[in-house]
Ligand binder design. Structure first.
Ligand code: FES
Length: 73
């Protein structure tokens, strides 16, 4: 299973492949209000393996990920 390491939260979680990031519930992905995961509001931006992406649109595939969220934790 791929591992997802959260830099700010200092947490590493193993998840199944094809898990949407937002299914990882113990991470705060967005500050309210947001578009509810439609990819429109840009409030869920985070850095995934060095690239800025919208967390609501991303999944874990087979590789490990390192994620820096932009929410206050
Ligand atoms: S929650 Fe709005 S773009 Fe991801």
């Amino acid at each position: 299973m791929p591992k997802v390491h959260f830099i700010k939260e200092e947490k590493t979680i193993e998840v199944n492949s094809l898990t949407p990031l937002w299914d990882i519930k113990d991470i705060k992905w967005v500050e309210e209000p947001n578009c509810g995961g439609q990819g429109r509001c840009q409030k869920c931006k985070c850095i995934i393996n060095g690239e800025e992406k919208f967390s609501c649109l991303e999944k874990v595939y087979k590789d490990d990920l390192e994620i820096e969220t932009k929410t206050a934790s």
